[in-house]
Design a protein around this ligand. Structure first.
Ligand SMILES: Cc1cc2nc3c(=O)[nH]c(=O)nc-3n(C[C@H](O)[C@H](O)[C@H](O)COP(=O)(O)OP(=O)(O)OC[C@H]3O[C@@H](n4cnc5c(N)ncnc54)[C@H](O)[C@@H]3O)c2cc1C
Length: 573
């Protein structure tokens, strides 16, 4: 069996993973740092796909407090407030680092200050961007800086399972799979960062990159750790509807389109958002997504089952200039965003829930750290557009600092618990040589179940139906083998492992949604359509034990501000 010992192991090479590597190397250059990533470094994950931009309070008139309050209000008061505070206070630090140390160029105003655009759900225009394809700028610069440093790269390596220490002292390492050779690799580390980026790719319409299949969250569940806020899945209101059979369907048309004044209209040509919210198209993502689905259900659907986004009233030339990437994306699919109208549907975009973690990115399992979209608590019930990449870069950097500060090279690495290793190996290798199953059919069924019954509008009946269907899908997936037994770059095997993780995490989403008997942020129950009392808010925690998932709730700790209060100084009467 191949083995590797390293000081710091980072799982994932998005904004969180790469920032962690750079910070760890800067803080402790002598440490041996390894990044393991399911794809190619710099080419996979969602940070590269960031379009609209990065929220940060920089401009005169804006403030950290204001960004914080927008984040808490947007999160429907479920946020872990100290984490949200770290997000907003560290975002300006990270943006300066990105520009002045790492070489990013963001768009500027004529006076040379950084341009900040409007994003929905915010009381100030604070989204820093590079055109409308901001993530490429960020991830390219982060990747270049990582390549320059002495960081070991394990590309096309997927993490399979967390391996506890034999002495019960915490995490000892991770079982990895070299996808090129199909050979397992045991990596032991003094500190491991989980930064695999969540990713709700279990829905019929979804935006995240194909390499993401909730592997990190599934590993956490199998390791017995809790995931919080799993019912909170964000749907971006404007996923492209490009028809069946193209992966362009579900990809996102960025928030700035609505932020800058774009209209949503229905099949009758009616601009409907003001019927639902005084902010119209600039309402938060949850509200806009629900409103679209309501319109669709009430018989006003566009030909492919969604609604339209229209920009022409802002001047086609302006739209072409300001939203070049989006205009080109639509043109590639035969649509004219600048001058015409384009069909859109809400699309699963982001998971607010994830592993429970603390301000220093530690988790309840010693030696396991977490950052980015794998974590829960920062965004509460709903993430503001622009707070996602801020989250991954802020906490990735903090995790790198924390791990570098704690790891001592000369300490002995813990031994791995043999039974856990054996169990993880058996699980991963089990499909090889087994009888073929219909993986595409399982995936299609998963898409349907999650979209229809655990999607934007939920109720007890649908969730119960989904729970049973997901249990069946878990069994069906477990029975699917990979008959040829070929290990080298076997995509059927990878698909099978992906589906196993996706179904497990889908079950966690469903269980948390069943347990929440109110409507908050991204979670809407038709049978409990209002929010419960904010001052006694509770968040959900899902844990796996054997074959079952258990859900507990815990009271939100309002450490900085209570519902009804604000940290933003109010103008004198
Ligand atoms: C289309 C799109 C547009 C977006 N636009 C914005 C925006 O404008 N503003 C904003 O704030 N946010 C935006 N987001 C959200 C934002 O991309 C994410 O919040 C953020 O980038 C997540 O960073 P991360 O480092 O946690 O994960 P990612 O950047 O997704 O990185 C995860 C990494 O983990 C790796 N990985 C996954 N599984 C494994 C495994 N088993 N083993 C090893 N490695 C693994 C992946 O290959 C990848 O390298 C957008 C997302 C999408 C999909």
């Amino acid at each position: 069996m191949n083995r590797l010992d390293t000081d710091i192991l980072i799982l994932g090479a998005g904004g969180a993973g790469l920032f962690a590597a750079l910070h760890a190397k800067q803080a402790a250059p002598d440490l041996d740092v390894t990044i393991a990533v399911k794809g190619l470094l710099g080419k996979c994950g969602c940070t590269r796909m960031v379009q609209g931009g990065y929220n940060v309070a920089l401009a005169p008139g804006d403030s950290i407090e204001r960004h914080f309050m927008d984040t808490i209000e947007g999160g429907a008061w479920l946020n872990e407030q100290d984490l949200a505070w770290l997000l907003v206070t560290q975002a300006p630090v990270r943006i300066r680092e990105l520009e002045t140390e790492l070489g990013c160029f963001f768009d500027r105003n004529p006076d040379g200050t950084i341009h900040q655009k409007a994003f929905a759900g915010q009381t100030f225009d604070r989204t820093v961007h590079k055109g409308d394809l901001t993530g490429i700028e960020i991830i390219n610069r982060l990747a270049e800086q990582t390549w320059r440093r002495d960081v070991r790269r394990l590309e096309d390596h997927r993490a399979l399972d967390l391996l506890p220490a034999a002495d019960g002292s915490g995490l000892a390492g991770v079982l990895m799979l070299d996808m090129r050779t199909g050979e397992p690799l045991i990596v032991r580390a003094h500190a491991t960062l989980l930064a695999a980026g969540g990713g709700p790719t279990m829905y019929k319409y979804h935006t995240p990159s194909g390499d993401k299949s909730c592997d990190g969250m599934a590993m956490v569940l199998r390791a017995g750790l809790p995931l919080r806020d799993m019912e909170m899945v964000q749907f971006h209101p404007t996923g492209l509807l490009a028809g069946e059979g193209t992966r362009m369907t579900g990809t996102v048309l960025e928030e700035g389109l609505r932020g800058s004044g774009g209209w949503l209209t229905d099949a009758a040509g009616r601009r409907f958002m003001f019927d639902y919210d005084a902010r119209g198209e600039r309402a938060t993502r949850d509200i806009v997504s629900r409103s679209i689905m309501d319109r669709v259900r009430n018989g006003f659907a566009s030909p492919h089952g969604g609604v339209f986004i229209e920009m022409a009233h802002l001047g086609p030339d302006n739209v072409r200039r300001e939203f070049k990437g989006m205009v080109e994306r639509c043109a590639d699919c035969g649509f004219d965003l600048a001058g015409g109208r384009v069909e859109v549907i809400p699309t699963a975009h982001y998971m607010m829930g994830g592993v429970v973690f603390a301000s220093d990115c530690t988790t309840p399992l010693p030696r396991l750290y977490a950052a980015g979209e794998d974590t829960g608590g920062v965004h509460g019930a709903n993430r503001l557009g622009g707070n996602g990449v801020a989250n991954s870069t802020v906490f990735g950097g903090l995790a790198g600092d924390a791990m570098a500060g704690r790891v001592r090279r000369r300490d002995a690495l813990p031994d791995i618990m043999p039974a856990a290793l054996e169990q993880a190996m058996t699980r991963a290798l089990a499909p090889l040589g087994g009888t073929a199953g219909d993986l595409p059919a399982i995936r299609r069924k998963l898409y349907e179940v999650m979209w229809d019954d655990v999607g934007i509008l939920r109720n007890a009946e649908g969730l119960t139906r989904a729970q049973s269907a997901l249990e069946v899908l878990a069994d069906d997936t477990a029975r699917c083998g990979v008959p040829d037994g070929e290990r080298r770059y076997n995509l059927t095997w990878m698909d099978r492992l992906n589906l196993e993780n996706l179904v497990l995490v889908s079950r966690a989403v469903c269980a948390a949604a069943q347990a929440r008997h109110d409507s908050r942020g991204a979670h809407f129950r038709e049978d409990f359509p209002t929010a419960s009392e904010l001052s006694s808010s509770r968040y959900t925690l899902v844990r796996a034990s054997e074959e079952t998932l258990n859900v507990d709730t815990e009271a939100v700790n309002f450490t900085r501000v209570r519902p009804g209060q604000t940290l933003v100084p109010q103008a004198a009467e």
